[in-house]
Write a protein that binds this ligand. Structure first.
Ligand code: SF4
Length: 200
């Protein structure tokens, strides 16, 4: 096993890459190597689709109705494998698919990446994390710089067309005023926002 599939509390998760364009101040990767059933979520390079499929074939999904793509990296960094494995999980196990994403897929993969998730991803949780481009860079330190925040908003807007449930999250490491501004952005876009506590 390559720790591609792991369980945490009552959920099951897919860890398909360690690549990420960000270095968020709250990233759980700073806390340790493992999470839940996985001793380590550090992969030996991004696994091939064949390796991912092999783990899926060897895992018992009986207790689960949903799987979440969320690991020690941004899943859309491996968009083709994300799409192929989501399709396989749906066809073989009839699972609902959730994607936790930093929303930077268009910068990683090119414009229009939300459309490619249509019919495969049932719900997406996008890390908004800040109310503007400068604050976003302070918190998330994206290698795409201040292009990141507007690209994230555009991706989220696109997701509303292709994914049945779209949500934003912020981590409570920003100021109450910034959280309020995030709420206003989310409300304006018609996307529910969840404020989550920092995992220590
Ligand atoms: S986007 Fe996610 S994986 Fe990447 S640094 Fe931020 S919290 Fe960590």
């Amino acid at each position: 096993m390559n720790n591609i599939i792991y369980t945490y509390e009552s959920g099951v998760y897919m860890n398909i890459t360690n690549k990420c364009p960000c270095s968020c101040v709250f990233c759980i990767r700073h806390n340790g190597d493992g999470l839940g059933s996985a001793d380590s979520l550090w992969l030996k390079g991004s696994p091939s689709y064949e390796e991912i499929k092999s783990e899926i074939d060897n895992f018992d999904f009986t207790p689960y109705s949903e799987i979440v793509f969320c690991g020690y990296g941004e899943p859309t960094e491996e968009l083709d494998n994300l799409i192929k494995s989501a399709r396989y999980l749906k066809e073989k196990h009839n699972l609902k698919i959730r994607l936790n994403s930093n929303g930077l897929s268009d910068l990683i993969n090119g414009e229009g990446s939300a459309e490619k998730l249509s019919g495969l991803i049932d719900s997406i949780s996008i890390s908004l994390n800040a109310p503007n481009a400068e604050a976003y860079q302070r918190v998330c330190k994206s290698r795409f710089g201040t292009d990141s925040f507007p690209a994230l908003l555009k991706f989220a807007e696109d997701c509303k067309k292709y994914i049945p449930s779209v949500k934003f999250t912020v981590v409570d490491v920003i100021t109450p005023e910034e959280i309020e501004e995030c709420k206003q952005i989310a409300e304006k876009m018609g996307i529910p926002l969840r404020v989550r506590a920092l995992i220590k």
